[in-house]
Design a protein around this ligand. Sequence first.
Ligand code: ADP
Ligand code: SF4
Length: 683
Amino acid sequence: MRDPRYDILFEPVAIGPVTTRNRFYQVPHCSGMGHRYARSDAHMRAMKAEGGWGVVSTQETEIHPSSDLTPSNQGRIWDGADVRVFREATDLIHERGSLAAVQLVHNGLHTANRLSRIAPYAPSDAVVDLDDPVQARGMDKADIREFRRWHREAAIRAREAGFDIVYVYAGHDMTLLMHFLLSRHNHRIDEYGGSLENRLRLFREVLADTRDAIGDRCALAIRFAVDELMGSAGIERDGEGRDIVAALAEEPDLWDVNLSDWSNDSQSARFSQEGYQEDYTRFVKQVTTKPVVGVGRYTSPDTMVRVIRQGHLDLIGAARPSIADPFLPLKIREGRIDEIRECIGCNICVAGDNIVAPMRCTQNPTIGEEWRKGWHPEKVPALAGPATALIVGGGPAGLEAARALAQRGASVIIADAGAEWGGRVSRESRLPGLSSWARVRDWRLGQLRTAANVEMYLSSPLTAEDILSYGAEHVAIAVGARWREDGVGRAHRLPLPFLKNGKTAGVDRLLDEGSSAAGPGPVVVYDDDRYYMGSALAEQLASAGIDTTYVTPAPLVAAWTVNTLEQARIHRRLLELGVKIRLLSALADRAAETVTIRCVYSEATEVIPCDVLVPVTARLPSSELWTALQARQEEWLDSGLTRVERIGDCLAPGTIAAANYSGHLFARSLGVLEDAESADAFR
Ligand code: ADP
Ligand code: SF4
């Protein structure tokens, strides 16, 4: 049963005319499954309701074709057809006892209207904040009247769609209402520009319009960014942030407060701790009597209780913690704290939105697959009869395969060659800022250790002979991958023979031995992987006082981390640590004490001092075991093996999220006739 000290989290809270059953509030978050995969989105949200989130919100939902984020896949409530689509979502949420909230948005100058081809709207003439060669029109009074009408009509549609809470959204520097508030975007000289009261005018009008539209059936919420972390150049907690909350204090039924822009709001664990927004949002409750929700990657029930008891928030807002574990509230309610699958703060979910694909999660392999594949995060169908499974390798792929197979009722043996579980997760979690990544291992170990049908063996490097002699029916080879040291990656598709002219320290050695493996320096980290590894190693080396140069053929440091919203912070951190940075450069030559790099666009070269080169380019699957097993394929049947598969990084190296998903898929597809990767296997 639940610990009474958590009772406070299960108190109902009145939000205007509606009441939420508890204090767990899934704030609006993108999913990559907006208007194009609306049913997938609806069932993902419904799962949050089933897992106990008292309020479940949509992602930002465009009110009109003049706010068209194509090709991004946000929500749309442009017309009556969209109302019918959202009805399905709100019905599912209501059936599970939760309130449904919709975050209406007009994106102002944060859109190029690529589909609708309408000239974007802004308080004043301005270039849009995307890279498109598009300018927004400065709105005249007729435009303002039109915008108000669109917002009002969208609010009416939201009510018809069954939503209980309707948002007016001024956050993330992404919405027209925020653009009007900000002096840097609003240069008007009429009653909508200039003084704060004038810049607030449209916000006040839209709040009144929305209240009028939704009547007394729905609650009205404001989502507002109280600080932009840019000092006096933007909204600040101790400046206009406070003034705006004070000016509108009692107008909404709920304040949903956070930081702007999105990279400040959704900071990754590499750059922030649980509760990182508290210092900014704490003041809001002192200024309003209305309930306040805020976020901060809260996964610990004790922290949640503290935040409520200290009068900082009334409702615990969550996006990422609700993605990593849709059943977090229920687990607290039922006293199953140890079973909470805590978000690791990696922002792979965020990347889903940015790459315009249904989101995925490093911790929760079922997210986004609730409707498409029919996957439930807590339940896996039991196997039809007894089965034995051997999992070789205890990294994220192996641990998840073993865990889910045990949950299905198989007798599972998992063995790892190493002295600790977790594979790459354990090694990578020792990199600076990534300690929370060990949660991927720890949650799975916790589940496996309490299962009666699992045997676990460390320090057990298995051979093909061992595997054949075990006689398990189902075998997953999850032995991972090794980093290449020959320079092959994206820029160089063939090995670089000149690398042997000097010393090289591979990524695996650095992960195992720490920065001492690179000697005293100078060290050159060559990053053609372009995600986190190169920059994390450069950070580790520079922090150890080693002279470090970071070289990449990409135009940005850790280029793919644009998608996880970390790129600017990573670049800044390397600069702060004195790392020298060379962009748009590939490897051209190597001598004992130097490396020559060449511009990717020209023949220009530069010689850089280099004692040890760290190539961070690509990985090669560890294939020896698979090759040996395949060579003895005719013995499989006699040994009792019916299915042998490679999963995770030893099939194709990728993210930890992909390895986890691969392990989960292996477990799910056991006993299922159709090929789990086939087009028929998901809707
Ligand atoms: P993935 O990301 O696919 O889970 P990892 O590289 O994280 O892969 O983990 C692979 C694990 O497999 C490592 O912990 C490694 O020690 C283990 N391993 C490698 N070869 C063998 C083997 N022959 N027998 C048992 N375990 C192995
Ligand atoms: Fe958390 Fe990472 Fe999952 Fe996002 S992808 S919810 S940050 S664990």
